[in-house]
Every structure is written in C-alpha cells, then in structure tokens.
Design a protein around this ligand. Structure first.
Ligand code: HEC
Length: 132
C-alpha cells in the first residue's frame, strides 16, 4: 500500500461502486477492480496524488481534463456506464476521497506509481525465452 489510509479501508463509491451507484455502472465492476486497494496499491494504477495532477492536458481528449471528467472517463470507457452528474454526491465523494489520499503529494510531484495499468506495461511473452 502506497499510504496508510487513516480512517481505514474506505467503504465508499470507490470500493462499492456497482452497488452504490447501480444505475451508473454497466458492467458490475467497482473502481477497486482496476485501481486495487481503493487506489492505494502502487502496482495497480494507484489514485494517490490525483488532485495534485488534475486538471491536466490529455492528448486523447485534446483538451484540459478535470478530475471529475477523468473519473467519468473511467465510468464510460472502463465501466461501460453513465457519467456521474456534475456536482453529484457520487462525484464529490470520490473527489474528496482523492483529496484525502493526495494530501501529502505536492503539485507537480513525479509519481512513479501512476499509469501502471496501461497495456504498454503488460509484458509481451517472447517465444525465444528459454526457461530453465
Ligand atoms: C476496467 C478497469 C477500470 C475501472 C473499473 C476503473 N478504472 Fe480508472 N483507469 C483505468 C485505467 C487502465 C486507467 C489509465 C491509467 C493507467 O494506465 O494506470 C485509469 C485511469 C484513471 C484515472 C486517472 C489516473 C491518472 O494517473 O491520471 C482516474 C482518476 C481514475 N481512473 C478513476 C477511476 C474511478 C473513480 C473509477 C470508478 C468509478 C475507475 N477509475 C474505474 C482502469 C479502470
């Protein structure tokens, strides 16, 4: 775990997304399925530090993306669901959780635990590899 979450493992929209927000999730996943340990696991697309890096320019979108829009990006693409409405309790709760777990991360800090889930990181098995 990247940091110790003082209040204990959060029972919130991150760990219980599909049950808490059923109408917004299309595939029965929770954020934790991909962002392990409620986003605290450094080997699985940790979400620690998010409020220190967003808003951020995203090439795919060709624009500056807010943290709310990025969360909704995962809702739509990764969870086959619908966007949370602006200023909704769901979105605000997730953002405030990000703020809590990002508290000690200065803006602009290099965060080696980011982007650990991209397909580029998946090792390609080589047919030439010799196993001993
Ligand atoms: C099916 C897998 C999957 C699910 C479910 C998922 N995500 Fe993601 N998410 C990803 C991937 C892949 C990335 C790209 C970052 C990476 O490669 O590490 C990402 C990126 C993000 C980012 C930006 C990370 C960064 O470093 O810029 C945020 C914020 C985020 N997700 C929030 C959420 C939230 C909140 C939920 C639940 C509502 C969620 N995600 C559900 C796979 C998922």
């Amino acid at each position: 775990m990247l940091i110790k979450y003082e209040i204990g493992f959060p029972d919130n929209f991150i760990t219980d997304t599909n049950n808490r927000t059923e109408q917004y999730v299309g595939n029965n996943l929770t954020c934790t399925n991909c962002h392990a340990g409620a986003g605290l696991d450094e080997n699985s697309s940790s979400l620690v530090g998010m409020t220190a890096v967003y808003p951020q320019y995203i090439e795919r979108s060709g624009s500056i993306v807010t943290i709310e829009e990025r969360i909704n990006g995962c809702k739509v693409r990764s969870m086959n669901g619908k966007k949370f409405e602006a200023n909704s309790d769901e979105l605000e709760s997730i953002v405030s959780y990000f703020k809590n777990i990002s508290e000690d991360i200065p803006v602009g800090e290099d965060m080696p635990w980011r982007m650990k889930n991209s397909m580029d990181d998946v090792p390609v098995p080589s047919v030439d590899t010799v196993y001993e």
